[in-house]
Write a protein that binds this ligand. Structure first.
Ligand SMILES: NC(=O)c1ccc[n+]([C@@H]2O[C@H](COP(=O)([O-])OP(=O)(O)OC[C@H]3O[C@@H](n4cnc5c(N)ncnc54)[C@H](OP(=O)(O)O)[C@@H]3O)[C@@H](O)[C@H]2O)c1
Length: 228
């Protein structure tokens, strides 16, 4: 993948885990935060684990301005406000990957329920808020941060949804860089409505059975599964 990947909210477990895994695979990563010092501290933590990691930390808008691939890993409660704040910093032609699950927990409700989003999904809300010419791709909703931050390969499929086929393929390649993950073309961005909902079910399974569940899609031809 050419150019750095900005992981906004990369100080939290999901973004940190993705940043760590991509740094391990040799990608250049910029961790974004509302606070540049917090981002730099998270980047330093990754460099402690991987000495040759190409990772740095910046305030969210600064991270965006330096990247062609921008990953949103922030809670739904801050989703729209952050997108409005970073809008002018998103470079034309870039890809925004949205991992956001609109969990009711983000506004004080249960983690096993989702909120209704006017646009249909968090990812479709993102598509309304990014500048024209920026592609939105929904992915990684069903990958547990606990697994991303552990050392083992991740037994999980990543369903990638976008209205831009080329952008979807780039994100599938990026997902497949994480050992164990298989990426699948999940069709249009509106399918993020379904993929986001699955996470609420997985959280319920995790609570009930005390684990870190993920999904595997079976029965498709080998060519459907993108692996590294
Ligand atoms: N955790 C998982 O296992 C998992 C799995 C799949 C998908 N996801 C999705 O990934 C996203 C991140 O999950 P997480 O568990 O890492 O979340 P989190 O720890 O609650 O938040 C991640 C980071 O977002 C920033 N943040 C918090 N509130 C914000 C706000 N109101 N506005 C802007 N930034 C804010 C914080 O960074 P700074 O304070 O440094 O700015 C925080 O470290 C969520 O949308 C979640 O649904 C999570």
């Amino acid at each position: 993948m050419s150019g750095p990947i900005a992981v906004l909210g990369g100080t939290g477990p999901e973004g940190f885990g993705l940043a760590l895994r991509w740094a391990q695979s040799g990608e250049t990563v910029i961790i974004g935060s509302r606070d540049a010092l917090r981002a730099q501290a998270a980047a330093a933590k990754i460099r402690q684990k991987i000495t040759d990691a190409k990772v740095s930390g910046e305030e969210n808008s600064a991270a965006c301005a330096l990247s062609g691939i921008i990953v949103l890993t922030i809670p739904f409660e801050g989703h729209a406000a952050l997108l409005k704040q970073i809008k002018s910093a998103i470079p034309p032609g870039s890809i925004v990957i949205d991992t956001t699950v609109p969990l009711a927990a983000s506004v004080g409700g249960r983690a096993t329920r989702t909120l209704g989003v006017w646009q249909g999904s968090a990812a479709e809300e993102t598509a309304e808020l990014v500048p024209p010419g920026v592609s939105v791709v929904a992915a990684f909703h069903n990958v547990s941060s606990a697994l991303l931050n552990a050392d083992a390969p991740i037994e999980c499929d990543v369903i990638v949804c976008s209205d831009d086929h080329a952008a979807s393929e780039k994100v599938q390649a990026l997902a497949a860089k994480i050992p164990g993950i298989r990426a699948l073309d999940g069709g249009k961005l509106e399918n993020a409505r379904i993929v986001e909902q699955i996470t609420a079910l997985l959280i319920g399974l995790n609570i009930r059975h005390k684990g870190h569940s993920g999904i595997r899609i079976t029965g498709l031809p080998a060519a459907a599964y993108h692996t590294d």
